[in-house]
Design a protein around this ligand. Sequence first.
Ligand code: SF4
Length: 459
Amino acid sequence: MSNGILVERRASIVDKCGSGHGYGKGKGQGTGKNKGICCERESVSGAVSQRACVYCGARVVLNPITDAYHIVHGPIGCASYTWDIRGSLSSGSSVYRNSFSTDLRETDIVFGGATKLTAAIDELMAKAKPRPQLIFVYATCIVGVIGDDVEAVCREAERTYGIRVIPVKAPGFSGTKSQGYKLACEAIMALISPHKEQPRRFGVNILGDYNLAGEMWIIKGYLEQIGIPVVATITGDASLEKLIEAPAASLNIVQCAGSAAYLAERMQEEMGIPYIKVSFFGVEDTTTSLINVAKALGKPDILGRARYLAQMRTAEVMPTIEKYRSRLGGKRAAIFVGGGFKAISLIRQFNELGISTVVVGTQTGKKDEYEVIGSLVDDNTVILDDANPAELEHFMLEKKADILVGGVKERPLAYKLGVAFCDHNHERKHPLVGFEGIENFIKEIDLSINSPVWRYVRG
Ligand code: SF4
């Protein structure tokens, strides 16, 4: 270990300035001159990764389906992961805000928990209102160890009740959070595949947006404004009825590629629906995404409207960007978020404001995303994959970060160091996508970074 950095973690940390810390030197990061960062691997044992577990990854993707019931087959602790910490909004059902658990105990672990799972499904079917049409059953760590036949229980329940009961075998130890995303995508494929023969119609599915603080509604609003109907949203504000229409769409647009690119690829292969990646964070990415969606649909009138919308809305937010640039220019930001696509958009947003990104990391970033990140930051930046608290604190101090952008697990790290914080995760209460989100983001960054409290905290 050197400066709190485990030797086994060094290949996952790239210091672009190459100033001799003993971990990866990144001169040329993003230009193809170096081997690049080590990523898309399981976490190093004992490193106390910030990454969430496999089950958590699966639940992130599936939980926003508003009329689905979620049974967590495992000890009660796993079930504490509920809607309350992933505030996706609904325009219809609120069933998804409940969480059900088989609450496995020692005796179940010795004698098996399958009977208890059957009883939980039976009880839900007897008591739940409205009557369940779709149940996801998550097998967590201990079920992965004792080996309950969760698939057989789900199959039997489907036969008995004539509804969809989909197993998600997601023991936390069985891989990374990305594996959980993949399992969730497979569960969605199991749900929609029987409906793939329906006639195709003009319109898009939005994949990888979870309607946090109503963000899906903003994206959907832009698309409808320029004449693009939205067939299904996967999974923000989704319902069973709308989800099974997804195979009818003519294009998939993928907002969070980390969680939904696998689903887009499967839908392309098995249903012939092409896809493009988008990001609706920041002026540059929102504008590019609107234009790219219009181009992919091949309709010149829609392309014209997309350009016009982006131009008008950019003109509206530019005065805010100009106003705050003088208050924020020259500050230094650290970023630690779930996926690479969001980190890329955040760096671009900070560049627009004159803020330099000095530390940037993700839980599940991919090699090509780190290449883009490397090309966007300057030579004073540290890039980390799958970081832990010790590393984040070390580099925030070393690079003199003024603000950390992250999620609930990163907030205390920042406050402990007397560093400002911006929540860009599932707990956020105001939307950060689109042109509306740009204003919210800038104001939050300013409020936090320029708060007088830091003068007293830092002494
Ligand atoms: S699945 Fe395993 S790692 Fe994930 S919350 Fe449950 S016990 Fe913890």
